[in-house]
Design a protein around this ligand. Structure first.
Ligand code: KPL
Length: 318
C-alpha cells in the first residue's frame, strides 16, 4: 500500500505516463491507493471542469489501517501505458468515448464493470484497440464520498476481449503487481464474468428490493420463492450460450455461499439505490432477460426483478 504524496508533482499537469484510471468510485480509488503514488492518476472526464489538480481521500486498507491518499488528475493521457476503466457499467461506453481519442492506440484498456453487456459493447465499438476485461472479487466500498474501505482482499482475473489484446496479459500483470493486489491471467474471461454475473443476479436485486445486507436475503420469502426459477433461467441461458453447463443446484449453492460469506455487506446495488444512483440491473438480471429473449428462451423471474429494481430509482443520478 502506498499512501504518500506523489513524488512526481508535475504528473498532475504535464505528464500522463503510467496507469490511468477512468472512474473514481470505490474500485478505482482502491487501485489508485494500492499502486505506487507516482504510477497512477485519475482521468477527468471533463478536464475544463476540474477545480483541483489532485484528488484527496481517506483509505482504510484491508488490515484496518488508515491512509491519506493524494493522486493526480491526469490532464494529458498521451503517455498512458495502461487504462483501468472502473466506471459503472451503464456509464462506460460514453465515458470511454469522451477520452479514447486522447489515449495512445497501443494503450491496453482493462474493463472492470460488473455484469455483462458493457464489455461486449466496448469491444464491438473499438475492435482495433487492445481491450481486456477484468473480473474481481476485491471488496471495496465508499461509506462517505471521501472515504474508501478495502473491506476484503480478493483476486482479479484479466483476459483479452479483442484480437490486439492477445498476449498483453503478462505485461499488464507486471504493471499492476506493485499494488500488492492479487492479479491473474484468465484465458476464459467470459466464463469468469458469467460466474460473477450469476452470483450478482442471485444476490444484488434481492438486497436492493428488501433493503437488507447480503446474508438477510436467505430467509426472505421473496428469495425463497424465486431463487429456484432464477437459477433455472440462468442455467438454461449459460447452456444456450455454449458455455460449460452449470446445474440450477450448483448455481444456487454458489449464490447462497457468497451471500453467507458476505452476510454483513451492503451489495453494490443496494448501495446505489440508497444513494439514488442508477443501478447495474440492466447488465445483470436485465442482461439475462434480454439475452434469453434473443435466444428464444424465457426468463420471467430475471425480467420481474429487473423491472422492480428499476422502480426503486425512477430518476437516478449518475
Ligand atoms: O459483488 C457483489 C456486489 O455487491 O456487487 C457481492 C458479491 C454481492 C458482494 O456484495
Amino acid at each position: 500500500m502506498s499512501s504518500q504524496r506523489s513524488a512526481r508533482p508535475s504528473v498532475s499537469g504535464s505528464e500522463g505516463g503510467g496507469i490511468a484510471i477512468l472512474g473514481a468510485g470505490a474500485l478505482g480509488r482502491l487501485w489508485a491507493a494500492c499502486l505506487p503514488p507516482a504510477a497512477a492518476g485519475f482521468v477527468p472526464r471533463n478536464p475544463s471542469a476540474l477545480s483541483s489538480f489532485r484528488l484527496h481521500y481517506h483509505f482504510q486498507d484491508s488490515s484496518g489501517r488508515q491512509h491519506t491518499v493524494t493522486r493526480p488528475w491526469l490532464t494529458t493521457l498521451a503517455d498512458a501505458e495502461l487504462l483501468l476503466v472502473t466506471t459503472k457499467a451503464g456509464d462506460t461506453l460514453e465515458a470511454l468515448n469522451q477520452i479514447i481519442g486522447r489515449i495512445p492506440e497501443s494503450c491496453p484498456i482493462v474493463l472492470f464493470q460488473n455484469g455483462l453487456g458493457s464489455q461486449q459493447a466496448v469491444a464491438a465499438r473499438w475492435p482495433a484497440r487492445p481491450v481486456l476485461a477484468a473480473s474481481t472479487t476485491e471488496a471495496a466500498n465508499r461509506p462517505e464520498p471521501d472515504q474508501v474501505v478495502h473491506a476484503a482482499r480478493g483476486h482479479t482475473w484479466i483476459g483479452a476481449l479483442t484480437e490486439p489484446a492477445t498476449g498483453l496479459v503478462p505485461n499488464i500483470i507486471r504493471q499492476l503487481s506493485p499494488s500488492g493486489l492479487d492479479v491473474r491471467g484468465e484465458d476464459r474471461i467470459l466464463e469468469r464474468l458469467w460466474g460473477k454475473l450469476a452470483i450478482n443476479a442471485g444476490i444484488n436485486p434481492f438486497t436492493a428490493l428488501l433493503d437488507c445486507p447480503n446474508g438477510e436475503i436467505l430467509e426472505s420469502p421473496l428469495f425463497l420463492d424465486s431463487i429456484q426459477a432464477l437459477c433455472e433461467e440462468l442455467a438454461n441461458l449459460i447452456a444456450a450460450e455454449g458455455l460449460p453447463p452449470h446445474s440450477p443446484r450448483e448455481l444456487r449453492d454458489d449464490i447462497e455461499r457468497v451471500a453467507r460469506n458476505t452476510a454483513s455487506n451492503t451489495s453494490s446495488m443496494r448501495g446505489d439505490v440508497q444513494n439514488g444512483r442508477a443501478t447495474e440491473i440492466d447488465f445483470i438480471n436485465g442482461y439475462v432477460a434480454n439475452r434469453s429473449r434473443e435466444l428464444g428462451l424465457s426468463a420471467p423471474v430475471n425480467q420481474m426483478l429487473t423491472e422492480r429494481v428499476k422502480q426503486l430509482v425512477p430518476h437516478p443520478s449518475h
